[in-house]
Design a protein around this ligand. Structure first.
Ligand code: ZN
Length: 363
């Protein structure tokens, strides 16, 4: 098994890029933000891993913060996969699921992420023997507690781990559409895992079921394969946003279609470097996407695993797009527009962004 978001990753996950701490960083840190592409287990920071490891002393994961920092310093991609799987192995009980989810929300709140659609792969937990209803209760309990304590609103995207095939698709669709099981916070249905050798069209029946049940379609596509995969995601899976969509820039007709239909791209710059979807940050196609009028959103994917967070990703995007404060605020509002918040929620968050920005500039 590989983490939910990778195609054929060969590079060390810690990318070598210029210092992302631009002078916009303090502005970005306080900016109210929405995050649309971030994975549940992939968001486990060393602090959270330490807490989970302490609950399971038989695991090989260190609990001492210093040793853990070393553990999280990846030497190569194989090491990264090893660490990721050891974190997956720490999530064994519903209480582990609750702790992970609540603490991920705490880390989000510290970055002033006000709303997040967190991609959860329930198949990874249910196939490991966690009771499905207990799993749903755990994430929902964490969601409600996080909103009450931090004010960060969480919603769920259930994604199919593509590498696990149609059995995983069936199980994920069942969990996502069955009354009495599907959680209240579920808003969308996704597809992750490798793209090469895992054609998108085979998942059409499962996306059809999810969409018929009112869920929005947000598959990963065009991260490690060409723009035809993005077309497949649009035509066969009814994609309303595209996870990554990096290769879309190779097809001007596709860019025009995305722009016209307001199908947003969930861009995760540092992740793209780590997985070698893009060679260097300076070659990242985010500028071409934005210049074509595509609704571009900035996201962190598996932040601690890639040594980043959403604030750093905004700083990177600001540099690549040559944005000032208002430009960054507009980028943040793209995420609000592309989110599955209700209209009143979108209006509220967009107003928060405007107020913050005007106050900042009036200092
Ligand atoms: Zn992803």
């Amino acid at each position: 098994m590989v983490p939910s978001c990778y195609g054929v990753p060969v590079a060390p996950p810690r990318p070598a890029y210029d210092d992302p701490m631009t002078d916009l960083h303090p502005f970005i840190a306080g900016l109210p933000k929405a995050e649309l592409h971030v994975h549940h287990v992939g968001s486990a920071s060393p602090r959270i891993v330490s807490e989970l490891a302490a609950r399971h002393p038989d695991s090989k994961v260190p609990t001492d913060p210093e040793a853990l920092a070393d553990y999280f310093t990846f030497t190569d991609f194989a090491h990264f996969i090893d660490v990721y799987l050891s974190v997956v192995d720490l999530v064994r009980t519903p209480e582990d699921v609750r702790l992970l989810t609540f603490e991920v929300a705490r880390d989000m709140a510290r970055q002033n992420i006000r709303y997040a659609e967190l991609t959860v792969t329930p198949y990874s937990s249910t196939r490991r023997g966690i009771d499905e209803r207990a799993f749903m209760a755990a994430i929902e309990d964490a969601r409600k507690a996080a909103e009450a304590e931090f004010g960060t609103v969480l919603r769920w995207c259930f994604d199919i781990p593509g590498e696990a095939g149609l059995e995983a698709a069936e199980e994920t669709a069942r969990l996502a559409v069955t009354d009495g099981i599907r959680p209240e916070g579920l808003v969308s249905f996704g597809l992750g895992g490798p793209e090469i050798g895992v054609p998108r069209p085979q998942f059409k029946p499962y996306f059809d079921r999810a969409r018929a049940a009112g869920l929005r379609s947000v598959p990963h596509a065009g991260e490690t394969t060409g723009p035809e995969t993005v077309w497949d995601a649009i035509r066969d899976l009814g994609a309303e946003r595209i996870g990554h969509g990096t290769s879309s820039v190779r097809d001007p007709g596709l860019l025009a279609y995305l722009a016209e239909h307001r199908i947003a791209l969930e861009v995760c710059p540092t992740s793209n470097i780590a997985t070698r979807a893009v060679a260097t940050l300076d070659e990242h196609p985010i500028r071409a996407m934005a210049d074509a009028g595509v609704l571009v959103t900035v996201n962190s994917d598996d932040p601690p695993m890639f040594g980043t967070d959403l604030n750093d990703e905004y700083a990177v995007a600001a540099r690549l797009l040559e944005l000032d404060e208002r430009g960054v605020a507009a980028l943040a509002k793209n995420a609000v527009e592309a989110s599955f918040l209700d209209p009143a929620g979108k209006e509220r968050l967009a107003a928060e962004i405007d107020t913050y920005t005007e106050n900042w500039l009036a200092r």
